[in-house]
Design a protein around this ligand. Structure first.
Ligand code: GDP
Length: 206
């Protein structure tokens, strides 16, 4: 388990000039509105209100930066896919994402969230392609796993993997904020992305 001594909101940015200084590793979380992104972030850091749950979908068109232990940045990317968002706003979102992925040199990877119950959408595919094009490692997480019986999950994960053109559905981490499914795997994966091969404990022990 990663230990969070300090987690705090820093800034909501639109333009690169507003991003915090790129002096630490960074990990971003992305997904459709309502996929469970805020819930996952809060569960991940074991805080109830770091990211806001259940905001009006489509209203969070900012890149939100959080300070993790003064060691790395966690970034909450704006949710997408909300039907009522005007085309203009969607275009602005696409441009903002492209700019972020292209310019953010300290970005180590992106956690891409999809709802375990649904086939990934065109926008999910677009997002994963954007990561692929920019050589950014992606970790796919299937949220709301508690909604599908354990024995049924592989069938759903295979659909997600096929749609996103992944090699192996077993690379997807099923996750649930309701019953804690996947939290340890997520901590382990993030630890690896941020700190590399060594564990956080061994780094902290230096
Ligand atoms: P966001 O828009 O992606 O930030 O999604 P939220 O975190 O606000 O969650 C959207 C809705 O899904 C809320 O009603 C949550 O309570 C619900 N939700 C989130 N995670 C889970 C989960 O793991 N299991 C279940 N059953 N519901 C969840």
């Amino acid at each position: 388990m990663m230990i969070f001594r300090k987690t705090e909101y820093i800034i909501s940015a639109v333009k690169p000039e507003q991003y915090p200084e790129a002096n630490r590793p960074e990990l971003a979380v992305s997904g459709r509105s309502n996929v469970g992104k805020s819930s996952l972030i809060n569960k991940f850091v074991n805080r109830k209100f770091l990211a806001k749950v259940g905001r009006t979908p489509g209203k969070t068109q900012y890149i939100n930066f959080f300070n993790m232990n003064d060691e790395w940045y966690l970034v909450d990317l704006p949710g997408y896919g909300y039907a009522k968002v005007p085309l203009q706003t969607r275009a602005a979102w696409g441009k903002m994402m492209q700019t972020y992925f292209r310019k953010r040199e300290n970005l180590r990877g992106v956690i891409q969230l999809v709802d375990i119950r649904h086939k990934p959408t065109e926008e999910d595919k677009m997002m994963v392609n954007m990561l692929w094009e920019n050589d950014i490692p992606a970790l796919v997480i299937a949220t709301k796993a508690d909604k599908i019986a354990r024995g049924q999950r592989p069938r759903y994960l295979k659909i997600i993997a096929d749609t996103l053109e992944m090699q192996d559905w077993k690379e997807i981490i099923p996750f649930s904020t309701e019953d804690g499914t996947g939290i340890e795997e997520l901590h382990e994966a993030v630890n690896h992305i941020i700190y590399g091969a060594g564990t956080e404990e061994s780094i902290e022990g230096i």
